[in-house]
Design a protein around this ligand. Structure first.
Ligand SMILES: NC(=O)c1ccc[n+]([C@@H]2O[C@H](COP(=O)([O-])OP(=O)(O)OC[C@H]3O[C@@H](n4cnc5c(N)ncnc54)[C@H](OP(=O)(O)O)[C@@H]3O)[C@@H](O)[C@H]2O)c1
Length: 294
């Protein structure tokens, strides 16, 4: 297949390019310098030139707090941008894999959300990503929408700037004697490599539609930090933060754990338990740093 990856130099985009190349697909990487998805003509011209079989859209404005204060920019990239990619993809007869988020839910539920559960985003980011999903459904006949959650990869998230949660914890552990982490927000942390593998697996099927695509199990950020320090044998005094101790500009769901029901029903689910995903990430991280230091 010829695969065009939009947002190719992002945290997820880089692993997506690598995963498709590893399976000997032809990958055309499109960075922001190559296409502006807010402009229909820009993505149309790119896809008419490339003539892909599959377009993977990982591009988004995903800084949740900045989306709250810059709603027009967020709507431009996450909703209109998604619509433009969908229209341009459909026009060249390709299928589309679009990345969405767990933040389409309000987090009032206490059991994992399936694809059938009603959506009710709490913040601008979630609303614009949900609008993006609706545009994709309306404009691209052959689409996969993957809702992912709490992602982390070896390449930094460009929109958030700096370190993912795992790297941030490991850095802070070197700088501080004690750390306090929130214990009242529950997620399914998911390495980007597994999402990329899932995209490759889905791309071979014609089971189009909406998919929850996260690691199995769930944890609070405090529990995630505990596992990071245990598995990396890092000594630090870790405490639970008091509710409201770290106020954020945008409200976030307290529980956005997803159940990969549609993937499992079709025997397509590739995700491991989140702790296994973390173990692999830390092992790859150790390998990468030994390559750098030799
Ligand atoms: N990070 C998370 O925890 C999380 C959680 C749930 C869902 N997601 C979703 O996962 C996906 C991937 O996120 P990520 O962490 O890989 O983000 P990222 O590192 O910020 O990458 C996003 C990419 O999209 C590009 N981009 C942004 N606006 C664009 C535009 N208007 N036109 C063309 N390209 C544009 C960025 O380029 P520039 O940086 O050069 O602008 C960057 O290459 C997104 O759909 C996000 O909503 C992320």
């Amino acid at each position: 297949m010829r695969v065009a990856v939009v947002g190719a130099n992002g945290q997820l985009g880089q692993d997506v390019c690598q995963a498709f190349r590893a399976e000997r697909h032809e990958v055309v990487a499109l960075n922001h310098a190559d296409v502006e998805i807010k402009a229909l003509e820009s993505i149309q011209l790119a896809l008419e030139r490339i003539r892909p079989d599959l377009v993977v859209n990982t591009a988004a404005f995903s800084n949740v707090d900045r989306c709250e204060s810059e709603p027009m920019t967020a709507f431009g990239a996450n909703a209109l941008g998604a619509r433009n990619v969908a229209l341009a993809t459909d026009a060249v007869g390709a299928s589309l894999a679009h990345i969405s988020t767990d933040y389409v839910f309000d987090g009032r539920q206490k059991i994992p959300y399936t694809e059938n559960e009603p959506v009710a985003p709490l913040n601008v980011y979630g609303n614009t990503k949900l609008a993006g999903e609706y545009f994709v459904r309306a404009a691209a006949r052959r689409h996969f929408i993957l809702r992912v959650s709490a992602i982390y990869g070896h390449h930094p998230c460009r929109a958030k700037g700096g370190l993912n949660f795992v790297e941030l914890m490991l850095k802070l552990a070197k700088e501080k004697k004690e750390l306090r982490v929130v214990d009242d927000e529950f997620v399914s942390p998911t390495p980007t490599t597994q999402i990329a593998q899932q995209l490759v697996a889905l791309s071979g099927s014609s089971d189009y539609g909406l998919y929850h695509a996260t690691c199995e199990g769930s944890c609070s950020w405090f529990e995630f930090a505990t596992a990071i320090f245990e598995l990396s044998r890092t000594c630090i005094a870790l405490e639970r933060a008091r509710p409201g101790e770290f106020p954020a500009k945008a409200p976030r769901p307290k529980y956005s754990v997803l159940e990969n029901k549609a993937l499992k029903n079709r025997s397509l689910n590739v995700f491991t338990h989140w702790k296994e995903g973390l173990e692999s990430y830390l092992a790859q991280r150790a390998q990468l740093s030994s390559v750098v230091s030799t």
